[in-house]
Ligand binder design. Structure first.
Ligand code: XIL
Length: 454
């Protein structure tokens, strides 16, 4: 017999039972105590699955025992008997669905319900679908942002650069114009013009902004390196800089790298930057505190390189995170890697340590070198190397996509076209480390990114 039929028979019997007992109580005139059914109140919780945004996890939390319970998932499937444990229900068509739980006990029926909204990206958190992710890479990823860098000059030129940003990405990072040497070129004179242009473009196109980076030893203006004043004045200057910058972009910049690359290569101790010299070994904590005071809602990250390839450095970065307690929201792992490594296991170790700490993870600054041998004479990307690069992109994205939803944040690629990569200058040899060629054509690496989401 169909569950639906059983349900209606039960309802009928319980109604009859209620009718009989009530006629006894009111019309029978006996001295017996009235039969008072046990109160039963239906209740349940619903939560979007961390691994699949189309799946709703339903948990019947009705108090008491010996009751019957039935779900109506709102999808036209009729009534489904509640099973012990959590029900996993998939909603893969956009629309609005009302979920009802009916419980029956001793002739009493109680219902609870909730309504969800579903769009093409899955179940909308808190019912708020917001703007659709659309197509491209950002449309293929429903659980984290896809980031790209830009420059104010490229924004103002428009054309294919901005079209490509809009088509594939929903999180923007300034390649170098939201660093201290550009935003604070001389004492008392801030220059936010380039940053404003980038943030304005992002806002106009429904993209988030990841602020990169407030404190970086490699982008400190000369007047700060040669600061004329006491240590206390230096610290007050840094506080003013962080406060001014973070407050200016409060509500328009979602997240900041507060400190970038503080760990020294080799020793894994703190790099002896001017900030450490003038503010002390706890300068990182001070900077995070300034940023937190400036905006309690912005997400604060520590960002560094060789996080995956160097286990000693990884431990040092995790120590920094631990020392920051709840001042830090997430860790940024710069993914300047190559087709040869680091291994999937080492990349996974970054993810595992970050997840264990309950922090958000940013796979930041992804580029994958195809010429780690530094062959100065190579003139084109071979199809073998293009395939190896595609596989590595897939591996990185796959590792990122497999972390729990709560730890996800963004995966940012460090450059659009191969010929624009900072690595060409950095290593001084030819390379093709990105997802697009010089003509903005997607390379196999682009497909590797998509495959990593499967
Ligand atoms: C690089 C930019 O790509 C260059 O254009 C700029 O001249 C120097 O900085 N680690 C980081 C990034 O955190 O900010 C760096 O970006 C690359 C290495």
């Amino acid at each position: 017999m169909k569950i639906k039929n059983i349900y209606f028979i039960l309802l009928f019997i319980s109604a009859l039972f209620t009718a009989c007992s009530s006629s006894d109580d009111t019309g029978g005139g006996t001295d017996d105590d009235p039969i008072i059914p046990d109160p039963i109140v239906a209740s349940f919780t619903s939560e979007i699955s961390g691994s699949d945004p189309r799946v709703l996890l339903l948990n019947n939390t009705t108090a008491g025992e010996d009751f019957d319970a039935y779900w109506d998932y709102g999808k036209g499937d009729g009534l489904i008997e509640d099973q012990p444990g959590i029900e996993e229900v998939t909603y893969d068509t956009p629309g609005q669905f009302t979920i009802t739980l009916t419980v029956l006990k001793s002739g009493v029926t109680s219902t609870a319900n909730t309504t969800i909204n579903v769009d093409e990206d899955g179940i909308c958190p808190n019912g708020d679908c917001g703007p659709s992710n659309g197509s491209g890479l950002k449309g293929a990823t429903t659980t984290f942002s896809v980031g790209m860098i830009t420059r104010s000059s490229l924004i103002s030129s428009g054309g294919q650069h901005t079209q490509s940003l809009i088509a594939d990405f929903n999180n923007l990072t300034s390649e170098y114009e939201m660093k201290m040497n550009i935003m604070y070129p001389s004492q008392g004179n801030y220059d936010f013009s380039a940053a404003d242009a980038i943030v304005g473009f992002a806002q106009a196109n429904n993209m988030d902004v990841h602020g990169h980076a407030l404190i970086w030893h490699n982008a400190t203006p000369p007047w700060v390196e040669n600061f004329a004043g006491t240590d206390a004045e230096f610290e007050a200057m840094v506080e003013d800089y962080i406060t001014t910058t973070v407050q200016r972009y409060s509500g328009t910049v979602r997240s900041w790298d507060v400190v970038n690359e503080a760990v020294e290569d080799g020793s894994n101790s703190l790099r002896n930057s001017v900030f450490r010299q003038k503010m002390g070994d706890n300068y990182i904590q001070k900077c995070f505190q300034f940023a937190r005071n400036a905006d309690p809602n912005v997400l604060l990250f520590y960002n560094d390189y060789n996080f995956a390839s160097d286990s000693g450095k990884r431990a040092a970065i995790f120590d920094i995170a631990d020392s920051l307690g709840n001042l830090i929201d997430g860790l940024g792992a710069q993914m300047h890697i190559s087709i040869n490594g680091p291994s999937a296991a080492n990349i996974q170790a970054v993810a595992d340590g970050t997840v264990t700490r309950g922090l958000k993870l940013h796979f930041a600054e992804l580029d994958i070198r195809t010429n780690p041998e530094e062959d100065a004479n190579v003139s084109a990307l071979s199809s073998t190397k293009a395939q190896q690069q595609k596989d590595k992109f897939e591996e990185v994205v796959n590792i990122y996509n497999s972390i729990p939803l709560d730890n996800k944040f963004a995966l940012t690629v460090w450059g659009l076209r191969d010929n624009e990569s900072w690595l060409l200058d950095f290593w001084g040899v030819p390379d093709w480390p990105l997802m697009f060629d010089e003509s903005y054509n997607p390379k196999p690496a682009y497909q590797g990114f998509l495959d990593g989401l499967q």
